[in-house]
Each structure stands twice: as C-alpha cells, then as structure tokens.
Ligand binder design. Structure first.
Ligand SMILES: [Zn+2]
Length: 126
C-alpha cells in the first residue's frame, strides 16, 4: 500500500466515521424531539383531565344548588353551629327561616323553647 493509498483509506474511514456520527446525531435529536413532544402531551393530558374534573365539580355544585333549599356559606354554617351550641340546654327544636328579598335570601334560626331568633345571614354574599 502506497502512502497515497493509505491517505485515501484514512480519509474514507474518517468520512465514514463522520457520516455515522452525523446519522447518530440525527437519530439522537429525533429521539429528543419525540421525548419533548411526549412530555408536552403529558402536560396537556394532565391539564385536560383537571379541566374535566373542574367541570365535573362545577356541575355537582350546580346540582346541589338546584336541589337544595338553601346552601349556607361558611360563615352561616359557623353561626348555625354557634346557635345550636348556645341552645343545647334548651333541648328543643331549631327552626330555620329563609326570607327571599330582591338582593338575596336572608337566613335565620329560632329556638322553639326560648323563642330567640337570630339572623345568621352572610350579607357579604349579597
Ligand atoms: Zn333556646
């Protein structure tokens, strides 16, 4: 093998190696692109699922509202519990009253024993 032949062989080997590396890089970047797409799809899917869940919960809330006479706010619930505690010794029935007005529904409680009436309306909801 002459020097010239050896050089040509080396150049060809080098070129082939470079070509292989380029192909490999191409495959690597293709895989990376697919992985990124997969990760993005995962995020999308998660978002979609949680949106669906929120819709479901909103529907449940709407159903509850439609099928309940009245839904107390957190503050009204606290007032209700307080009232019940205060009249535990009365050992009687608690009457609930609701008064519809133009701006909202007022809620009140009455102890059937001592007759105390308490307005528990959460006016912040009006
Ligand atoms: Zn009472």
């Amino acid at each position: 093998m002459t020097d010239q032949e050896r050089v040509i062989k080396d150049v060809i080997a080098f070129t082939e190696r470079k070509e292989e590396e380029r192909m490999l890089d191409g495959v690597k970047s293709y895989i990376n692109r697919i992985k990124r797409q997969r990760d993005n799809l995962k995020i999308e899917l998660k978002k979609y699922k949680s949106d669906e869940k929120i819709d479901e919960l909103n529907k449940e809330i709407e159903d509850l509202k439609a099928n309940s006479l009245f839904i107390f706010s957190e503050d009204e619930k606290k007032e209700e519990i307080k009232f019940k505690k205060e009249h535990r010794d009365c050992n009687s029935n608690i009457y609930y009253y609701f008064k519809g007005t133009e701006v909202g529904v007022a809620a009140g409680l009455k102890c059937s024993k001592c007759g105390l009436i308490t307005d528990i309306t959460d006016y912040s909801r009006w």
